[in-house]
Write a protein that binds this ligand. Structure first.
Ligand code: NDP
Ligand code: GDP
Length: 327
């Protein structure tokens, strides 16, 4: 039985990746950071109905000794490093924590693997945010990076350290440069989920307005369930490498609002207001990925359209609010 260790198992991607790997017969072990609110931890795994099928083990990305102990206990064949302070906007408020977790934390996992389990295959969750102030209209693996936030700078460090461990120590370390991917399990602070949750609340009469920041930025949005397939495929290759994972379509926040509100028979212009509090010190205006390498080498392609993903998210948020209202 193949054993996978997932850091960030309680996050969006960790939950979908666990579901994928369990379906393939893996033993799935997740690193869990201690929380005083243990009752709500694992909510996403519970939502997918797999909380009892994964093993959770105590540790923290900033604590190398915990990672070494976990490697020794678990002896993973595959390591997926998904843990991070992952919210760009928060990274200006907590740049050092973001550097410690998102940047150094990844190297802690690489080090623990190198010391204890160097033959394990390693996946690093790199990000399209590394392209930042885009240097080419469509971004692929050869596009120069220009990070625009403390989050993106930390991710870039972790990305190059993954490349460096591959080249220096011969580790099977791969990096997925994933463009934005969403789902009903996306954190509520990210714009897609904020919009679908807002649509649900407005539709049910629980709110009238949805305050947002920059409506003109565009993102290449895919579905997390599709994107975790790419992570797994990368670790099944004989040779480790880096891959862009994207849909090849970019949509503005404004058009996202149009799609989400009209799905619920609402007009976004009646409800969306702009609030400067949600503007960022430096913006990533456009992201658009070219995933032709992932298609050619991995046989991977995005399968979910933005429209069907938004419909799934609005339906899930409507159900959440309806259930709450009846309690
Ligand atoms: P989430 O924010 O949903 O999940 C982050 C996970 O990291 C959570 O499980 C969180 O635990 C965990 N974590 C945070 N800090 C620590 C720590 N110090 N020690 C251990 N665990 C920690 O992210 P996603 O699932 O959306 O994304 C997965 C990864 O992919 C992240 O690295 C993200 O930056 C990256 N990425 C995501 C993209 C996207 O569009 N979703 C795009 C490109 C890259 P807890 O539940 O306790 O908070
Ligand atoms: P990111 O690409 O990882 O930063 O993902 P987000 O979903 O947080 O943001 C995507 C884009 O939406 C960025 O360009 C934001 O500036 C823009 N945006 C506009 N309004 C909001 C908002 O209210 N919240 C968030 N999170 N983003 C917003």
């Amino acid at each position: 039985m193949t054993t996978a260790l997932i850091t960030g198992i309680t996050g969006q991607d960790g939950a979908y990746l666990s579901q994928l790997l369990l379906g393939k017969g893996y033993r799935v072990v997740g690193l869990l950071r201690r929380s005083a609110s243990a009752d709500v931890v694992g909510e996403r795994l519970r939502w997918l109905g797999i909380i009892d099928d994964v093993e959770l083990i105590d540790g923290n990305l900033t604590d190398l000794s915990s990672l070494i102990r976990i490697m020794e206990t678990v002896r993973p064949d595959e390591i997926y490093n998904l843990a991070a302070q992952s919210f760009v906007a928060a990274s200006w408020q907590q740049p050092l924590l973001t550097g410690n977790v998102t940047g150094i934390g990844a190297v802690n996992v690489l080090e623990a693997a190198r010391i204890v389990q160097s033959k394990a295959r390693f996946y690093q969750a790199s990000s399209s945010e590394m392209y930042g102030l885009i240097q080419q209209p469509v971004q692929n693996e050869n596009t120069p990076f220009y990070p625009r936030s403390p989050y993106a700078v930390a991710k870039l460090y972790a990305h190059w350290m993954t490349v460096n461990y591959r080249e220096s120590f011969g580790m099977h370390a791969s990096s997925g440069i994933l463009f934005n991917h969403e789902s009903p399990l996306r954190g509520i602070e990210f714009v897609t989920r904020k919009v679908t949750d807002g649509v649900a609340r407005i539709k049910l009469g629980l709110a009238k307005e949805l305050p947002l920041g920059n409506l003109d930025a565009t993102r290449d949005w895919g579905h997390a369930r599709d994107y975790v397939r790419a992570m797994h495929l990368m670790l099944q290759q004989d040779t480790p490498d880096d891959y862009v994972v994207a849909t090849g379509r970019t949509t503005s926040i404004r058009d996202l609002c149009r799609i989400a509100f009209s799905y619920a028979d609402l007009n976004y212009e009646d409800h969306v207001v702009t609030n400067p509090a949600f503007l960022r010190p430096a913006e990533v205006e456009v992201l658009l990925g070219d995933a032709s390498k992932a298609k050619r080498v991995l046989g991977w392609e995005a399968e979910t359209t933005l429209e069907s993903m938004v419909a799934e998210m609005v339906d899930a948020d409507l159900a959440r609010h309806r259930n709450r209202a009846t309690i």
